[in-house]
Design a protein around this ligand. Structure first.
Ligand code: SF4
Ligand code: SF4
Length: 342
């Protein structure tokens, strides 16, 4: 890995010009650990000064805003982190125009395709981050039947792509991305840029391991209903939602454990089936969402062999535990089995 002296300033060039809804940008404004304001206002000691260039949040507009893209291309804001939001269209199948673009070429006055910006900026970026499932794996825009041939960033640049600093593409999936998941990943990279953290740990799908190492089910507080074969048959029930279409047992995501904002909200933990929105196979491999996942039938049938028995046995024990011991009374005899030693 190439190394440099500790950096004092980092620019973040955030492209929303993929096939996107800007939902990930909106989502991170709800983060609190850290918040966007914490990062750009320097609230965290030891971090480089951060300059964020995101079209939804920027004060500058038009050419003034785009000037940062040209500065990045000319190497004038080195180092910078390139964040991509939205899936990458296949411009090779669109000879007569473009699917997605940002800014106008000053020479031709034609829009500059998003893919051209990636080609120009990715080789110069200290790190490249894909924000949300569209940018990471293609997502909803890359569904079967789509017209654009959309794909994720690693499909476009190559799964083994490395920045000049030796950093792989960093994928933070989610549709949208969980606010603190993204900001925590960005914070880690800033610590790494400051020379205060080792290489960011990523799994085989390029996700931060500490965020995506466990399944939804492993962090869902309805798991005890599953274990006792006690399943919801209609929405609004507090029980396990697997029969209504929850894919939690086979999906890697920390949202039920973490909550959405400040520990509140989520998906199956608060009554919404997990549709696998963080996964590379999303959405096609999970549809139709509101049907019971095929694999769930086998596992719930197995659990049904012993779950109701356990529930019954636990209810017997629970009944006894709801009664106080017999020696707690105001009679004249001490019945606690106390034996005086003097
Ligand atoms: S609701 Fe979903 S994630 Fe939660 S316990 Fe049931 S199957 Fe698992
Ligand atoms: S719990 Fe499921 S639906 Fe909710 S954010 Fe995670 S992967 Fe997406």
């Amino acid at each position: 890995m190439a190394t440099r002296a500790r950096v004092e300033e980092v620019h973040i060039i955030w492209m929303t010009g993929g096939l996107s809804c800007d939902g990930d940008t909106i989502s991170i404004t709800a983060a609190s650990q850290p918040s966007v304001e914490d990062v750009v206002m320097g609230a965290i000691p030891g971090l480089p000064q951060v300059y964020l260039h995101n079209p939804v949040l920027a004060y500058e507009v038009g050419e003034g805003f785009m000037s940062w893209w040209y500065k990045a291309e000319r190497g004038e804001i080195d180092p910078f982190v390139l964040v991509i939001e939205g899936s990458i269209p296949n411009e090779n199948i669109k000879a007569e125009g473009y699917w997605a673009a940002q800014g106008n070429d000053p020479v031709t006055n034609q829009p500059i395709p998003t893919t051209a910006w990636i080609d120009r900026l990715a080789p110069k970026a200290w790190a490249v981050v894909a924000a949300g499932t569209c940018a990471t794996y293609g997502g909803i825009h890359a569904m079967q039947g789509n017209a654009t041939g959309a794909m994720g960033l690693a499909d476009y640049l190559g799964k083994n792509w490395r920045s000049w600093a030796g950093i792989p593409i960093v994928n933070v999936p989610g549709c949208p991305v969980q606010p603190d998941n993204f900001m925590e990943t960005l914070l880690y990279l800033l610590y790494q840029a400051a020379g205060m953290a080792p290489m960011i740990p990523l799994d085989e799908a390029l996700r931060p391991t500490w965020l995506f190492g466990k399944t939804v089910h492993e962090g869902c507080d309805r798991g005890s209903y599953y274990e006792e074969s006690d399943f919801a048959t209609e929405y609004g029930s507090p029980k396990c939602l697997v029969k209504l279409g929850c894919w939690g047992p086979v999906v890697q995501c920390n949202v039920p454990k973490r909550g959405w904002m400040a520990g509140l909200g989520g998906c199956p933990n608060v009554g919404g089936i997990c549709i696998g929105c963080t996964m590379p196979g999303f959405p096609d491999k999970f549809m139709p969402f509101m049907d019971e996942p095929p694999g769930a039938k086998a596992s719930t049938n197995l659990i049904n062999l012993y779950g109701p028995v356990m529930r019954k046995l636990r209810s017997f024990t629970n009944t006894t535990l709801n009664k106080e011991p017999s020696w707690r009374h105001k009679g004249r005899e001490l019945a606690t089995s106390y034996h005086p030693t003097w």
